[in-house]
Every structure is written in structure tokens, then in C-alpha cells.
Write a protein that binds this ligand. Sequence first.
Ligand SMILES: [Cu+2]
Length: 126
Amino acid sequence: MKTIKYLAASLVTLLFLLGTVQTYAGTPGKSETLKMKVEMGCASCQAKIQSGLGKTEGVEKAVADLATKTVTITYDPSKTNKDKLVKAIETLGYRTEFTPKDAKVGHSCSDKEMKKDGKSCSGDKK
Ligand SMILES: [Cu+2]
């Protein structure tokens, strides 16, 4: 009888502890995905946007697609939001579909292979 009581008490304690741990750990996996058009001209732009966003606070995953000029960002909404993400892309030197027309955003592309061919990136400053 004593053993059963002891086991029951242990079980209650364990469940209580598990509940506490879960509460403190928050609810991970509540990430959101944002898709936006970003002016990128070449593979170098694509890489720059992807790695720059990857280092941005709250970003879990960023995929820049050169063909569709779309960036897909998976992020933690408790750490960042759309405005911050747009700002991060602008800071890297790229315009998004949410960037105002008169905003001063521009970059010089560093794709060496491209420059060697005498081509310039369509995303370059004019
Ligand atoms: Cu480029």
C-alpha cells in the first residue's frame, strides 16, 4: 500500500514538473512564413540576401529565388516582424515590394565573374 502511495505521489510530481518545463520552454515551432518580392539581379545578390537574412535576429530560414525574385522567410514572430525583415533587406541594399519608391536603397553588385564578362547586375545602382 505504501509503495502505491509513493508511486502515485511521484507520478503527480513528475507530471507537475513536466507541465512547468513546458510552460517555461514556451511554444516553439510557431514560426511564420513571409514571402516578398525583392529586386535582385544576379546570383551574387541572391547569396547576399540569403546569408544576410540568415544572420538576422529571429530568422529561422531564408530562401531567395533569383528566377522569381522572391524571398521566402521563415521567422519567429516573437523576435521579429515584417517591418524589421523589410528593413533588414533594405539595409543589405535591396528594394522589396514594400519599399517606398523614394527610399534610397541601392547596392553595387560584387559578382566578380559577371564583371569579368563586362556585364553588370540589373540590381546595381544606376
Ligand atoms: Cu547582383
